[in-house]
Write a protein that binds this ligand. Structure first.
Ligand code: HEM
Length: 410
């Protein structure tokens, strides 16, 4: 992995809105970065308890179970059996190996510290803010994941990497179920989706180290540590949180707290121990500056994934050109990231995005009475993106999450 200089990482952090103007020098700058360790940078010290840091934590409950399920050839039966297992209050499906069913019964619940009032507020916030959330998760976090080298390489070389459209749809199932009204209630679907994802990650931990392609490019022995999951959380939740503030979207303290709480519960359901999850946004932002900003860098796999993801949008009419899309990505992620990914410049579109998007926000938020001439263009763009990402177009259903049984062939 390329070791970024402190100046370069700080510049990038500022461009991404990940570093406050008056932010102190991040601790990682002197502590050394993740290169050569099994995890994604040193997370210890960010409220972590004594014991191994999250870069040394994987999933004691799910990992050994999934080794048994894969080695025993049970995965196809599990995928079939859990297809109709969707709502949080659905009974654990029949037809599962008994130890797998027992595991699900154990984990398929909210942690004791989950606060329903905050989760409900978060759901309402997601509804009120869905425009910005789609744009930021889809074009910001989604493309950022391609410059998180460990994530890009594991996604590329796992089975799902061969079909990015399907994979993107599954990932958005997670986002959709998380953002739905009542996501965490018995009739919601997020607890089940998170548990399916946790099991998929456990399968990947066993499968990927068997891929000669992944082994040739990975700088770790076992993928998807708790530290890696926290890095991804920062590329999603912490990034969006900071962008909403930067864009001056009305975002009261109670919404901020609720949005954080939703992510805390989500990350915990993915198997990250409570003591390693940031307790405040200030802690999350500091951790993100330490463990996310400095590791962002391009890779062959990431560049191809980004092209696949952006190419997906060519299949539907977004009402904008590819040049506009490239420039929107540059706008939300910085020119540095755009250059890394080789996103072709379109200077006219760049000028449009930089002036019209803030005007669109002001008008939408009732902060300006002037409706920009580009209002309908943005509106159409957002709707089309939402349809694409939610994959709701034809079926009206989200894509089922399935456990892989192998890796990408090559
Ligand atoms: C699978 C979400 C962290 C690598 C999935 C899936 C979801 C998901 C919904 C299932 C969909 C699918 O099969 O494609 C998340 C979330 C994360 C997170 C919300 C953190 C907040 C990570 C990290 C890595 C990773 C840190 C690697 C460093 C993978 C891989 C798959 C996967 C390789 C399997 C794809 C396949 O089937 O081949 N993830 N993930 N994920 N995730 Fe994650």
């Amino acid at each position: 992995m390329e070791n970024l200089s402190r100046r370069r990482a700080l510049t990038l952090g500022v461009a991404l809105g990940l570093v406050g103007a008056a932010a102190p020098v991040p601790a990682w700058a002197s502590a050394g970065s993740a290169a050569g360790t099994a995890g994604a940078g040193k997370l210890a010290g960010a409220g972590a308890a004594a014991g191994p840091g999250p870069e040394w934590i994987w999933d004691d409950a799910a990992d050994p179970l999934m080794v048994r399920m894969i080695e025993g050839g049970h995965v196809p039966a599990i995928n079939r059996a859990w297809e109709g297992w969707v709502n949080n209050d659905d009974p654990i499906p029949g037809g599962l190996p008994s130890d797998f069913a027992a595991y699900l019964a154990q984990v398929n619940r909210l942690p004791s510290w989950a606060d329903q009032a905050k989760l409900e507020r978060a759901a309402d916030f997601n509804r009120r803010r869905d425009t910005y959330l789609f744009m930021l998760y889809g074009l910001g976090s989604g493309i950022m994941s391609t410059v998180i080298p460990r994530e890009a390489k594991s996604v590329y070389w796992s089975a799902g990497g061969a079909d990015m459209q399907d994979r993107a749809a599954k990932t958005f199932t997670f986002g959709y179920d998380l953002s739905e009204l009542g996501a965490f209630k018995p009739t919601g679907q997020f607890v089940v989706t998170a548990n399916k994802t946790r099991v998929v990650h456990a399968a990947v931990r066993h499968l990927l180290p068997q891929s000669p392609h992944w082994k040739a490019v990975a700088d770790e022995s076992t993928p998807i540590s708790a530290a890696d999951i926290l890095v991804t959380f920062h590329s999603l939740g912490t990034y969006v949180h900071q962008k909403l503030l930067e864009w001056k979207i009305p975002y009261p303290a109670a919404d901020q707290e609720a949005f954080l709480h939703m992510w805390q519960v989500a990350v915990h359901l993915l198997g990250v121990p409570y003591e390693h999850i940031p307790k405040t946004w200030a802690e999350a932002v500091a951790q993100s500056q330490r463990v996310l900003t400095p590791i962002l860098t391009p890779s062959t796999e990431g560049i191809e994934l980004a092209e696949d993801l952006l190419g997906l949008t060519a299949q539907i009419d977004l009402g904008v050109t590819r040049g506009f899309l490239n420039e929107f990505v540059r706008y939300v992620l910085s020119d540095q990231v755009g250059d890394w990914l080789g996103l072709r410049r379109d200077y006219a579109a760049a000028a449009l995005v930089r002036t019209a998007w803030p005007a669109f926000i002001l008008f939408r938020e009732g902060l300006s009475p002037v409706m920009p001439g580009t209002f309908y263009m943005f509106d159409q763009f957002i709707r089309a993106l939402a349809m694409l990402f939610l994959n709701k177009g034809e079926s009206g259903k989200t894509t089922p999450i399935t456990i892989p049984t192998g890796n990408r062939a090559g």
